[in-house]
Every structure is written in structure tokens, then in C-alpha cells.
Design a protein around this ligand. Structure first.
Ligand code: C2E
Ligand code: MG
Ligand code: MG
Length: 675
């Protein structure tokens, strides 16, 4: 598939500056070459009169470029070249112009091979031509004698010339790269030199040996090719390894290890200056679909294109990593200019807005971002990274686009683990205090008759006091404690149901069950056994299930729910309206009741949208012949409205708050007296 290579593209924002710079380099090279050629003097008798050894050197330089080794890097040249050794040897043996010819020939050959654009080829011929001018002038300034003799001064001059060549060429490439990507050219030059210096130094060091060989026998030149290529291969492999160790070979971005090194550096600076650092993780949505539908090759191309998007025009100091698969990570610090971590996330998301076009396929990409900020959300890399990951999952679950870490998302935070441990201990002993139920009445709207109660968990922690049940469920749901908890709740609720019956109250008990309970058939077995043991009527028990529970593993859950329903137990869809695909569930499940979520009910009199929703759900219940219970009835206005619309029952503070078993019985006795 033909894609435009990034290194061949100009930045969209300022193409003028970019092409202007390349043109300026070309002009400088022409002027510099003219000047240097005039100073160095051409070959006497023309190029054809040069010895065979020269042609051999030139030929080897060109052959060397036939199989260039590719770098994975995105930033600088994707190719590590070896022709510098031949170019320098030619320069010190036969002069500037032959060296320029060899060098330009090698670059043209290389450019054709790696499919560079004409612009880029011209730029490379120019920048390296200019670097060669600088090198020759340095060489000439130090060792003006034209003939190569291998003297110490000449050797020094070669090293100086090679260094000048490398510095000039790297700086010019870095400026061009900087104009395209917005990264500082100083950083780029350093990055380049760090990975290339050994290779360059070796080439510079071998050049005088090759020159000496060329002066004495062309056989030696031919023979020297073998060690030169071997040394080159070894260095190349070493450099590749070094690069691979902290870079991702596919995108050229940092990998996790490289990312950690960068983040550690930024955290150290931030700790000293008491500034913030934002760590962000992006996970693409439905990337697996792209892979399975279009193949892994397209998936890889998509990742490479995304990497380019993320790295184009990024502010100085912002670093990006590809963590593998469809995950990217970003770090930016206040010291680098970051002001708002959320803005960072928005910026990342904005880069996903336009579809990615790969050949004739256009792909929409979307993703979820998690954010963790030093020092509030963690003091070291491991914690920040884990917290950003947790926030990313939270984002994904909420189908939101970005979320900052909050302790409440973390099921494995030290506090949560403590809570879980304490809860497990409380559940280990049947009579240990702490785990209890409160009961909230459900009232028939037409006549105010109490028809049932919902059992609501109350856990009193020895140090924290009463813990929010939603937090307990969230914590326990990811562990085996959930089953213990549900079994305890069912046990207490059924015992209470029997006790009410004995006191003459013919009530129905609603018990909440979680996702985990419904995933195994054991819960049904347990319930059957308990209903029998307490001798209560299964029809008096109502299980409240949320839609998220059904979504988790619909087939298995459905089977278990069906078995529960066969027992005679009522099934109520809790928090109705807040989940997805409610209609489907209503059709497929043996539902006996819908419980409209309190978020619609409470504000029903002031919010016409909520009023419409509640009214419609009541109609729906009537049409499907299932009861409708409204939760969150807080005042008489709402109660009246629900009654008028034909809602069967209500639950909420207007009737009573959840209360202990004793309080509930007193309240029931009061109600009896009133009626
Ligand atoms: P839920 O099943 O939707 O329970 C109703 C929640 O609404 C209860 O919160 C109740 O106290 C509250 N509520 C009742 N009337 C009103 C009202 O008029 N206005 C307002 N604003 N709220 C009202 P609670 O007790 O904090 O329970 C929260 C959630 O925790 C429950 O939501 C349920 O999903 C879960 N939960 C509670 N107990 C258990 C349990 O034993 N097992 C499982 N799996 N989940 C439980
Ligand atoms: Mg409930
Ligand atoms: Mg509810």
C-alpha cells in the first residue's frame, strides 16, 4: 500500500520556512563547493586520469549503499550509512572534488533506494556537500600539504575534518527536522550524535588507513573492504540494540523502559522545583477489530500513522511512548510548559478527530485517556503509571473520553485492600457484628399499603464507621468476598422475612445481587437451599439486578437468572434507565418488575424530560405486564404524580428512610395504627 513517508512530508503550518531552509542549504552548498573547489584545485587531467584505486574506492562506497541498514527511528535518517569512510579517504588522497562526486553518487543511490522525495534527495546532497566543504577547509587549515603521507598532523587533520563533517551534517538535518516536528534542534542533534557517534568515529578512524592502502596498492583497498564492512555491521548491530532497548521498533517512539527513564528524570526535576508532571495513557477503542478485519499489517500502519500524528508539532519536553498493542503514553511537566493536565488529554483526543487514511481505507479512531498527576496522584513512576492506567479503564467503562485518577476507581488501593480484609474477617464468623441490613419500605401508591421492603447493606467498620454500600460492593465485586457478602445478606434477609411473617406482616423482600453472584450457578443452589431452610415462600423474595450485571456475560447470566425465576423468585430490573439496551433485556429476561432509577424520579416535577421518561416507563411496564416501582420518591408532589400515571409502588424518603430491623417493625406498627 502506497503511503507517504513522513520524512518526505513538509509541515502543514509553515511549509515556506521549511522549503526556504532547504533552499538556503542548497545555495550554501553550491557556493561552498565552488569556493572549496577553487581553493583545492581540480584533478590534473580530469577525473579519468585518477588511478584505479580511486574507482575501486568509489565503487565500494556505492556498493556499500546497496544494502543500507534500516533504523527503526522516526526522527532522523532512517538509514545508517558507511560511505563516509570512502568519502574521507577519497578527500585526503585525491582532493575535494572526487570526494564530492563519490559522496553525491552514494547519496543519490541511497535516496532512490529508500524512496526519498526529490526535495529530500537534493537536501541531502546539499547538506552533506556543505559538510564536506567545511571538512575540507578544516583539513586544509590544519594540514595544508596536498599529498597524503600519514603524518601525525595529517592524522589530526583527518579527525578534525571528520568531526566537522559530522557536526555540520547533524546540525543541518536537526534544523530541518526541528522545522517539521517542532522539537528543539539542539535536542535532536544530541539525540542523533548519541546514537551515531561510535559509527562515525570508526569511519573517521578507518579513513586514513584506507587512504594509505589506496596509495600503495589497490589490492589492499579491495582487501580492506572486508574488515570495514564487518566493523560496520558490528557497530550497526550494537547501535540498533541500544536503540531497541528503549525504543519501540515499529513506531520509533520510546518504549515502556525508555518512557520510565524520561519520566524519572522529569519527576526528579519536578520534586526539586515543586512543580507538577502529568502522565497520560491512551488506549484505542476497538483496535482488535481493525486487526481482525483488515489484518495486522494495516493495524501496524495505523499505529505508525498515529505515532506520526502525536509527534508532529509537539511542544518541547513533551515525550511520547508506544507501550505496545494499542496503548500510548505521554508525559509533560509544568517545567516544560504544561499548565493543565486535562487540556493535555483534550489535545491528545483532538488528534484522533480526523480519520486515518491508509491507502483506500479510511479508519475512524477513538480512544480513552487516563491521567495521573505528580505529586497528587503518585510520587513515583510505578504509582503514576498504574493510576493513569486505572483512570484509563474508568474512562473506558464510562464511555467517556478522558478521566483523571481518583482513589474511588482503584479497587486495589491500600485502603480498599484493608477494607476488603476487614470485611472478610467480619464475614468469616456468622455472629461477628458489623455486617447488617437496613430496610426501606415499598408502598403501594393507590392505597398507601406497605407491600414490601428493600434490604440494603450496612457495614459498620471498626475505625471508619458506616461505609457507603456502593463502595463496599465495588471493592468486593472483584473478589471472592462478594459471594460471602451476598450469602450473608440473603441469610439475614430470609431470616427477617420469616420473622415478619411470624409477626403477621405479609411483606415481600427485595435483595440486591451483584454481577458476580449471577455468573455462577452456585448462587442459585445456595438460594434454593436457604429458601427451603427458612421455609419462606420463594414468591416473597425479589432479586434486584442491575443492567450492568446483565451486560457482563449475558449468556451465562441469562441462564442463571432463568433458573432463579423458575424457583419462583421475582426478578426486578434495578436502576432502570441508567444502563444500555434495556429493551432487549426486557424481552429476553423473566422480569417481573422494573425499578425506575431515582435520578429520573426525584426531580420529576421540575424536569419535563424526566417526567416524560418516567411516564413512558410506567406505560411500558403496563404494556409488558410487569410491575413498576419508583425509587427516590422524596415528596408528596412526586408521589401524587406517580399515582396519577398508574405507577404501582414507590420507595423513598417521603415514606421512610432505610432503617434497622427494630426501627422498621416500630414504623410498621405506627403505620397500622394510622390506617
Ligand atoms: P439501590 O439498589 O438502587 O438502592 C437504592 C438506594 O437509594 C439506597 O442507597 C437508598 O438508601 C437510596 N434511597 C432510598 N430512597 C431514597 C430517596 O428518596 N432519595 C435518594 N436520593 N436516595 C434514596 P444505599 O443504601 O446507599 O445503596 C446504594 C446501592 O448499593 C444500592 O442501590 C445497591 O445497588 C447497592 N447495595 C446496597 N445493598 C446491597 C447488597 O446487599 N448487595 C448488593 N449487591 N448491592 C447492594
Ligand atoms: Mg436496589
Ligand atoms: Mg436502584
Amino acid at each position: 500500500m502506497a503511503t507517504t513517508l513522513m520524512r518526505n512530508t513538509a509541515p502543514k503550518e509553515h511549509p515556506g520556512r521549511y522549503y526556504g531552509f532547504m533552499s538556503a542549504v542548497a545555495v550554501a552548498a553550491i557556493v561552498g563547493a565552488g569556493y572549496t573547489a577553487a581553493r583545492s584545485g581540480a584533478f590534473e587531467g580530469g577525473l579519468l586520469s585518477v588511478p584505479f584505486a580511486f574507482w575501486l574506492v568509489a565503487g565500494l562506497a556505492l556498493i556499500a549503499e546497496f544494502r543500507p541498514t534500516r533504523w527503526g527511528g522516526l526522527w532522523m535518517s532512517p538509514i545508517a550509512s558507511i560511505y563516509l569512510v570512502y568519502v574521507l579517504a577519497t578527500m585526503i588522497t585525491w582532493g575535494f572534488l572526487p570526494a564530492l562526486v563519490v559522496q553525491s553518487g552514494a547519496i543519490v543511490l541511497l535516496s532512490v533506494q529508500i524512496q526519498s522525495s526529490a526535495w529530500r534527495m537534493i537536501f541531502n546532497v546539499s547538506q552533506q556537500g556543505f559538510a564536506l566543504c567545511v571538512a575540507w577547509n578544516v583539513w586544509n587549515a590544519i594540514a595544508p600539504s596536498p599529498a597524503w603521507s600519514g603524518s601525525a598532523l595529517q592524522l589530526l587533520a583527518v579527525f578534525a575534518a571528520g568531526t566537522a563533517w559530522t557536526l555540520t551534517s547533524s546540525a543541518l538535518v536537526a534544523v530541518r527536522q526541528s522545522l517539521r516536528t517542532g522539537i528543539g534542534w539542539g535536542d535532536l542533534t544530541l539525540q542523533w550524535l548519541r546514537s551515531e557517534w561510535a559509527l562515525r568515529a570508526t569511519q573517521v578512524a578507518i579513513a586514513p588507513i584506507l587512504a594509505t592502502a589506496a596509495m600503495s596498492s589497490w589490492w589492499l583497498v579491495a582487501a580492506s573492504a572486508i574488515p570495514i564492512f564487518s566493523v560496520y555491521r558490528i557497530l550497526q548491530t550494537a547501535a540498533d540494540r541500544e536503540r531497541e532497548a528503549d525504543h519501540d521498533p515499529l513506531t520509533g517512539l520510546l518504549n515502556r523502559k525508555g518512557f520510565q527513564q524520561v519520566v524519572d528524570g522529569k519527576l526528579a526535576d519536578a520534586a526539586e522545583t515543586e512543580t507538577a508532571v502529568a502522565v497520560l495513557i491512551l488506549d484505542l477503542d476497538r483496535f482488535a477489530d481493525v486487526n481482525s478485519a483488515l489484518g495486522h499489517e494495516v493495524g501496524d500502519q495505523l499505529l505508525v500513522e498515529l505515532a506520526k500524528r502525536f509527534t508532529t508539532d509537539i511542544p518541547k519536553g513533551k515525550k511520547i511512548a508506544h507501550l505496545g498493542g494499542d496503548e500510548f503514553a505521554f508525559v509533560w511537566s509544568e517545567l516544560d510548559g504544561m499548565t493543565d493536565p486535562m487540556e493535555c488529554a483534550r489535545e491528545i483526543r483532538a488528534r484522533l478527530d480526523a480519520p486515518i487514511v491508509l491507502g483506500d481505507v479510511s479508519l475512524e479512531v477513538d480512544g480513552s485517556v487516563g491521567i495521573a498527576v505528580f505529586p497528587d496522584d503518585g510520587a513515583d513512576f510505578q504509582t503514576l503509571f498504574r493510576h493513569a492506567d486505572i483512570a484509563m479503564y474508568e474512562s473506558k467503562q464510562r464511555a467517556g473520553s478522558y478521566t483523571r485518577y481518583g482513589a474511588e476507581f482503584d479497587h486495589h488501593s491500600p485502603e480498599r485492600l484493608h477494607l476488603l480484609g476487614d470485611l472478610r474477617r467480619a464475614l468469616d464468623h456468622p455472629d461477628a457484628p458489623g455486617v447488617n441490613l437496613f430496610y426501606q419500605p415499598q408502598v403501594r401508591l393507590v392505597d398507601g399499603e406497605v407491600v414490601g421492603a428493600e434490604a440494603l447493606l450496612r457495614y459498620s467498620h471498626p475505625e471508619r464507621g458506616v461505609v457507603n454500600p456502593a463502595e463496599i460492593i465495588e471493592t468486593a465485586e472483584h473478589s471472592s468476598v462478594m459471594r460471602m457478602l451476598t450469602e450473608r445478606v440473603v441469610d439475614i434477609a430470609l431470616r427477617q422475612l420469616r420473622s415478619w411473617r411470624e409477626s403477621g406482616y405479609d411483606l415481600r423482600m427485595a435483595v440486591n445481587v451483584s454481577v458476580r453472584d449471577l455468573q455462577s450457578p452456585e448462587f442459585t443452589d445456595f438460594l434454593t437451599e436457604r429458601i427451603d431452610a427458612y421455609g419462606v415462600n420463594a414468591k416473597r423474595l425479589q432479586l434486584e439486578i442491575t443492567e450492568s450485571a446483565l451486560m457482563a456475560d449475558p449468556r451465562r447470566v441469562l441462564q442463571n437468572v432463568q433458573r432463579l425465576s423458575d424457583l419462583g423468585v421475582g426478578i426486578s430490573l434495578d436502576d432502570f434507565g441508567t444502563g444500555f439496551s434495556s429493551m432487549q433485556h426486557l424481552r429476553r429476561l423473566p422480569v417481573t418488575e422494573i425499578k425506575i432509577d431515582k435520578s429520573f424520579v426525584t426531580t420529576l416535577c421540575d424536569d419535563p424530560d424526566n417526567a416524560a421518561i418516567v411516564n413512558t416507563v410506567i406505560d411500558l411496564g403496563r404494556a409488558l405486564d410487569v410491575e413498576v416501582v419508583a425509587e427516590g420518591v422524596e415528596d408528596e408532589g412526586v408521589r401524587k404524580q406517580l399515582e396519577d400515571w398508574g405507577c404501582h409502588a414507590g420507595q423513598g424518603w417521603h415514606f421512610a428512610k432505610p432503617m434497622s430491623a427494630d426501627a422498621f417493625e416500630r414504623w410498621m406498627a405506627d403505620q397500622r395504627k394510622k390506617n
